[in-house]
Ligand binder design. Sequence first.
Ligand SMILES: [Mg+2]
Length: 237
Amino acid sequence: LSAHRAVDVVGLDADDTLWHCEDGFNRAIDEFVEVLAPSSALGDAEHIREALDRTERLNLPLFGYGVKAFTIAMIEAAAMISDDRLTARMVDQVVDIGKRLFAEPVVLIDGVAEVVARLAPDYRLVMITKGDLLHQERKISESGLARHFDAIEVISEKDPATYRRVLHELRIDPAGFVMVGNSVRSDVLPVLSIGARAVHVPYEVVWAHEVAVHDGSVPELASIRELPAWLRDGDAR
Ligand SMILES: [Mg+2]
């Protein structure tokens, strides 16, 4: 364990921590099932979902995260599922699902606007998010939150090396840094491994790929509304 001091820099994940994201993907998957079900050689909706999830997972090292990678995975899974019966019209419908997901308005999670505005005068705030650069930039700008952040980092993978590099570049001491996010796999474990602290704020839906467990010692907040009090009174001292 590294020696901690009072937190002066708060890292915030964006998707499913500051604004809703995964629920949009889930709606898109439902639409995908609707388009594919009639011509599926795979049978029921559950098999279609599994095929899409598997394709997305296998593509992660190549295409990374975000709607673009998800759209390619939908097309690839559709080709596989429909057993050579994929029509141009179906490809169109699938691509449209992806385009609509890109265009969805940003909806902040309850309490975020107040909490971010409240923390900004007292802490250095850094947004650390992964996904499509263009899409994340649009969401950041649309969120109205950017002015409260000292730095915004869109990265391709949330692993220990990337966190270490980002903190180094921003001259942040891990001993005074806490990362706040909804994903144990992306926002908690790699951050703990570089000697910083993490707070888990679970979202209502967890993407299968992000499921991971910690040893129970990580602080978990039911809502981001609890963050200012945790920073003031909790382990953050
Ligand atoms: Mg997230």
